[in-house]
Write a protein that binds this ligand. Structure first.
Ligand SMILES: NC(=O)c1ccc[n+]([C@@H]2O[C@H](COP(=O)([O-])OP(=O)(O)OC[C@H]3O[C@@H](n4cnc5c(N)ncnc54)[C@H](OP(=O)(O)O)[C@@H]3O)[C@@H](O)[C@H]2O)c1
Length: 419
């Protein structure tokens, strides 16, 4: 190939792959010329708007074609994409992927393979799709001592939480999200925070040089949130968001995903519908906010094409795009020592001494109470408490003991408050 002309293969021609192929074909660019050489699919007979000559169902035709410089992986899932990417990088081909599952699973190993083989590896679309957040973290913020990265990085759950804030039940919010194509028929990965966990693992690697094991990232989803929780959050000038939070401070490093009550004035509180946002905090930059479309074929293809052009620029240098990863400065902090403020809703018998016994139990576990609201409901009362900051283990011990108090009928909600 000429100096500014590159042959590209695309693994996958589904939702994202077909948008990428169409963008590659229409790319009007006077810096580089890109030719699609092969497109890998499973079903060669499917009707597609792609020249049939380009299609193959044999990965080896791509791996063994020395004229192919760049390969875009948009297959989805871990297998066989993970082995394909390893084989491509090992053979010196550069890879662009939108696949968060694979990068979360073995990103560090793939980075090493890319470096060893002077190949490029880019995956901007794997986190927050159309929002350019990884390149700023890797390049522009290289010299910054990052302290915390927080994000709404799952559009489906944010769409549902926004609907619930507007009055929908959880069930109605989910079925509308499914009708609109935001949620899969099996929504587990989105509503239980698993998709956000994978993205949090990638952010951990890039921001703090830590590849946490999947089980080290505490993850709680939104399926227990109710409309009543939103009503209470609103009374406290807050809303509820599913937030991935990764921090590295004097107490060490920790990554987690859970729903939080968050102040209405925080930038993440105003992210509505299927949008995503990432808030980056550092010692010198204070707070940076990246927001926009975190899913969808066109925004995702835009991020992939940006990576393809970066890779073309890099290919001429015969060097990997990777700088050494940041080094983790802190020890991994055990999740049970992570501090939060807490919102707790209880149903209790409306009788003298109940509040004192609950406050006493918190006190015995070193959890101090910031505010209490009590409202009568016949012979029952609803009690809403917000605590000062306390570690997970102390709060969990308190809740376990409070649940067994005879005057407590139900512990309705226990949610963290974003601090
Ligand atoms: N959807 C989004 O908004 C979004 C955003 C960011 C990142 N991503 C990521 O983008 C990737 C692609 O997602 P998608 O929605 O485009 O998936 P998709 O619609 O299911 O498409 C998958 C494509 O890969 C092909 N394929 C799957 N397994 C294969 C195999 N073993 N051998 C050969 N071809 C195979 C399929 O072939 P056939 O066409 O023959 O079935 C299909 O063309 C995923 O990693 C996803 O996480 C998606």
């Amino acid at each position: 190939m000429e100096n500014n002309s590159y042959a590209v293969a695309v693994l996958g021609a589904g939702n994202i792959g077909s948008a990428v192929i169409s963008r590659l074909q229409d790319l009007d660019n006077d810096i580089v010329q890109l030719f699609i050489k092969k497109v890998l699919v499973t079903d060669l007979s499917k009707d597609r708007e792609i020249d049939k000559e380009l299609l193959t169902d044999n990965f080896d035709e791509i791996l063994n074609d020395d004229s192919i410089d760049l390969v875009i992986e948009v297959l989805g899932g871990i297998d066989p994409g993970r082995e394909y990417i390893k084989a491509l990088l090992s053979s010196g081909k550069s890879v662009i992927t939108a696949n968060k599952d694979i990068i979360a699973d073995c990103g560090e190993e793939l980075v090493s393979l890319a470096i060893e083989n002077n190949a490029c590896l880019y995956f901007e679309a794997a986190v927050a799709a159309g929002i350019p957040v990884l390149k700023p973290l890797i390049e522009s913020l290289r010299g910054e001592a990052l302290t915390r990265v927080s994000g709404i990085i799952n559009g489906t759950s944010n769409y549902m939480l926004t609907s619930m804030e507007e009055g929908s039940s959880y069930e109605d919010a989910l079925s509308t999200a499914q009708e609109l194509g935001y949620a899969e028929p099996d929504p587990t990965n989105d509503v239980e925070g698993i998709d956000a966990k994978y993205k949090a693992m990638i952010l951990s690697l890039l921001c703090f040089g830590v590849s946490p094991e999947i089980e080290e990232v505490f993850t709680e989803g939104i399926s227990k949130i109710t409309k009543d929780d939103f009503d209470w959050a609103s009374r406290l000038d807050k809303t509820i968001k599913l937030v991935a939070q990764i921090d590295n401070n004097n107490n060490g490093f920790n990554a987690r995903v859970y729903p939080v009550l968050i102040n209405q004035k925080h930038p993440l509180a105003s992210i509505r519908g299927a949008l995503n946002a990432v808030v980056v905090e550092g010692e010198n930059v204070n707070q940076l906010v990246f927001s926009g479309p975190g899913a969808g074929a066109d925004p995702t293809a835009s991020a992939v094409i940006g990576d393809v052009l970066s890779a073309c620029h890099q290919l001429g240098s015969n060097q990997s795009n990777w700088y050494p990863l940041r080094k983790n400065k802190g020890e991994n902090r055990n999740f049970e020592n992570v501090q939060s403020s807490w919102f707790i809703r209880l149903s209790v018998n409306d009788e003298p001494g109940v509040l004192a016994s609950i406050a006493g139990t918190f006190g015995e576990n070193n959890v101090s109470i910031e505010s209490v609201i009590q409202e009568g409901r016949g012979d029952q009362a609803e009690l809403v408490l917000v605590t000062h900051e306390a570690p997970e283990k102390d709060l969990n011990n308190s809740i376990e003991q409070i649940t067994s108090l005879s005057a407590v009928t139900t512990v309705t909600s226990v949610l963290r408050v974003y601090i």
